[in-house]
Write a protein that binds this ligand. Structure first.
Ligand code: ADP
Ligand code: ZN
Length: 751
């Protein structure tokens, strides 16, 4: 396709408005290599950033008036467009009544596109596809009546809603349920009881302004020092990166909320990126406690209407604090002055599909391009971030101890070789004894296993057949309650077969290994009286249900929580004193560069749920490799020493963060096509000092959704950027039929 000429060569009926003299480039939110040229009608003078509707073939599309970005290094800039004769250009059809995209945001979009080797239109799509056209229809909000009906029965859940609505802001049922961490039924119940009155929420529902003076905390010692330092970077303005590091429960959240307060006082907007915002009801409550109202929320599970409101409110400045998932980074803020990236080490910040980018890293870029401060927050910072601290690029604030005298949990390793669980079971006596003692003290326990379902492998005892996904190189996971086998890499599910599909043997299919469903079964048999709550993404039905589950734990209506990585999120469970890690070795296998780092981050986070209040906590790690550096580091709590060791291992080979890494994933439905393109890339591989190419090799998941996958890694020393090399390299190779080449800069997943 000829980019520059494409739109102009198809004559259409849309003759008026009369074309004027002004040539404009318009970037469309689509995978073209660059913007297309149009002509502005004389009565429609246009400037860069204007959001317009233009003809494209027979369709009309929304795009943005673009101009070349002077800040991009030549190697990074998209290829120049062929110029089309003015007379053949088609006119822009409409200028939309929306705030234009700022130069900062446009430069950011160009930058992300160039860095990730994505078409700029696909990055723009992250800003635009957000349904920003049209006026949202009004919906119903609730406010308390005054006085409340005499007959009203006040339950704790109802009280929470009334407390929340005290600020006079009408909210939708969903918003109330999320913010107050109650089920939507409680809201309905209150309304039915005549305690709430319905009001129409206008389409322009302004976001109530968070008040920086509403309820400031008392900060002393280390907390006060860190707060002052962060406050200062916000006051001074200008680009800076601060790593706020502190053990779980040390008050990091409390402190960065103060940085947000400082930002609000300066009249600027703040953005908080959370890895799993849909699960952050507790975070919302804390925000509300501090600022008197909720922030604007942005993630994929927020309805379209709410998202549209947030988009507009970010653009016109009426949303002063937005908290969101990674895509919130592409909102068109009017006046952004601070970004906080909480749990900066989380691999969830990496988007693995479409535009493959790391929101943490791109957040730093956005802050740099716009010249404002950013804070990265973690109990277990990534090696990337620590390396930036060491190189003097990032500032480092440390909170070494838990707030309010809470102690760090005492950690013990259960050597599973010496203390194996009973045959066919997975909980060692050492762990179950601790659980019994915990229940006796009326305290709560948690079991963590990062694996959904009943068992990760189903094997025929007669012939050895393994149940595998027909579309992926992956075992099928048994989900016993649903009586199905399911692939965790694609959508494939099938009923559990009655006999072995290969040899036909009856009753020969055996579950191998545990998932949390199986652990739950074991725990039920051991502790029939314990009230058990299972927390996994597939068993909890969405944010409201998760909030309700968390509220139940806080209210002590649960004795034992069994969960996957959902339980590792920043929850504060004051009565939880025992955490059992069922399989601490899980995640250490495989050739992943960051396996150790990631395991320690996850397990530390899980362990951090124990003993967050005054009663001390205990953590038991079940492991078959207690001597492993990860186990030893968890035992000693010496995260720094472990990371220093990781650094020492990666440095000599120029592995990230001491060198640069990019992955090419070559995939096709036809294995031979994938192989021949991969081989061609191998033959044309770049070479030179400081440049190394590894592969092609079959990907660990060699077939995914019916596509055969090959991988190539490009590794360079830090002083050599990978993008220009990749651009030249990819330009030399024509992908075979049906072959897709995905470029993953700074890969975190090696599947
Ligand atoms: P982190 O984010 O480091 O895990 P939090 O900010 O969540 O730590 O703090 C842990 C708990 O201690 C929270 O319940 C928080 O409200 C409380 N807390 C921390 N600092 C203070 C403070 N200065 N005053 C009152 N409560 C605090
Ligand atoms: Zn599959």
């Amino acid at each position: 396709m000829e980019p520059a000429s494409f739109s102009s060569l198809l004559p259409e009926q849309d003759k008026p408005p009369t074309p004027g003299r002004q040539r404009v480039s318009v970037l469309l939110p689509m995978p073209f290599p660059g913007p297309f040229d149009y002509v502005a009608p004389t009565n429609m003078p246009l400037k860069a950033g204007d959001i317009v509707v233009v003809p494209l073939g027979r369709r009309r599309e929304t795009g943005v008036v673009w101009e070349p970005n002077p800040a991009l290094p030549a190697d990074f800039a998209p290829p120049p467009q062929r110029s089309v004769d003015m007379a053949r250009l088609r006119p822009v059809a409409e200028l939309l009544d929306l705030p234009p995209l700022s130069a900062e945001l446009r430069h950011f979009i160009d930058w992300v596109a160039a860095y990730t080797l994505s078409p700029p239109g696909m990055v723009l799509a992250m800003t635009l596809r957000l349904h920003m056209r049209g006026v949202p229809t009004p919906s119903t909000g609730w406010l308390p009546v005054s006085p409340l009906p005499d007959t009203l029965r006040i339950t704790p859940a109802r009280q929470k809603i009334l407390d929340l609505l005290q600020d006079g802001t009408a909210r939708t049922t969903t918003d109330i349920a999320t913010a107050a961490a109650v089920g939507p039924g409680v809201v309905k119940g209150l309304a039915d009881a005549g305690a709430l009155k319905a009001v129409k929420l206008g389409p322009e529902r302004p976001f109530a302004a968070p008040d920086p003076h509403h309820n400031p905390p008392v900060l002393e010692g280390e907390q006060a020092t860190a707060t002052a330092a962060l406050h200062e970077t916000v006051d001074n303005g200008g680009f800076s990166v601060t790593l706020l590091e502190g053990v779980t429960g040390s008050g990091k959240t409390e402190i960065y909320l103060e940085a947000i307060a400082a930002c609000l006082e300066k009249g600027k907007q703040a953005l908080v990126l959370l890895p799993e915002i849909a699960l952050s009801a507790q975070w919302m409550q804390r925000f509300t406690r501090r600022f008197g109202t909720q922030p604007a929320i942005w993630h994929s599970e927020v309805g379209q209407r709410a998202r549209r409101l947030t988009w507009h409110a970010a653009a016109n400045g009426s949303a002063t604090v937005v908290v969101g998932a990674r895509s919130a980074l592409f909102l068109p803020f009017e006046n952004l002055g601070l970004i906080i990236v909480d749990e900066e080490h989380e691999s969830l910040f990496k988007q693995e599909e479409g535009v493959i980018y790391n929101a943490r890293d791109m957040a730093v870029v956005r802050a740099r391009l716009s010249g404002f401060p950013i804070a990265l927050v973690s109990a277990t910072p990534s090696l990337e971030t620590l390396a930036n601290v060491e190189a003097g690029r990032y500032r480092h604030l440390i909170l070494p101890s838990r707030h309010g005298g809470a102690s760090m949990p005492e950690t013990r390793i259960v050597d599973m070789r010496d203390h194996p669980p009973p045959r066919g079971l997975f909980l060692s006596p050492a762990l179950t004894e601790e659980m019994a003692a915990t229940f006796d003290r009326q305290e709560q326990a948690m079991l963590f296993l990062n694996r959904r379902g009943y068992a990760p492998l189903t094997l025929c005892r007669a012939c050895g057949h393994r149940m595998e996904c027909p579309h992926c190189t992956a075992w099928l996971v048994e989900h016993r309650a649903k009586k199905i086998l399911s692939c965790h890499y694609c959508d494939h599910t099938e009923p559990m077969p009655p006999t072995c599909p290969t040899c036909g043997a009856e009753n020969s299919l055996t579950a191998i290994g545990p998932g949390i469903e199986r652990i739950t079964e074991e725990a039920r048999n051991l502790f029939p009286d314990a009230r058990i709550l299972v927390m996994a993404s597939d068993t909890l039905g969405g944010p409201a249900a998760t909030a309700e589950a968390v509220a139940k734990i806080s209210r002590r209506e649960v004795d034992l929580v069994i969960g996957t990585q959902i339980v590792a999120k920043g929850w504060h469970f004051p009565h939880l004193t025992l955490v059992g890690i069922v399989d601490a070795d899980l995640g250490l296998g495989g050739g992943d560069l960051r396996a150790g780092e990631r395991t320690i981050q996850l397990l530390h986070q899980v362990a951090g749920r124990a003993g967050r209040a005054t009663t001390p906590g205990r953590v038991l790690l079940q492991s078959y490799t207690p001597e492993h550096p990860v186990m030893q580091a968890l035992l000693s709590g010496d995260f720094d020493a472990f990371m220093a060791q990781e650094a020492a291992q990666r440095r000599p080979g120029f592995w990230p963060p001491y060198g640069r890494l990019a992955a090419l994933i070559i995939s096709a439905e036809d294995a031979r096509e994938a192989d021949s393109t991969a081989a061609e890339l191998g033959r044309k591989a770049p070479y030179g000092e400081g440049i190394q190419v590894l592969g092609p090799a079959p990907a660990p998941i060699a077939v995914l959704r019916n596509r055969h996958r090959r991988r190539i890694l490009l590794r360079t020393v830090r002083s050599i950027a990978v993008q220009p090399i990749l651009r030249r390299w990819l330009g030399m190779v024509k992908p075979g039929k049906g072959v897709r080449i995905d470029v993953d800069i700074d890969p975190v997943s090696f599947l």
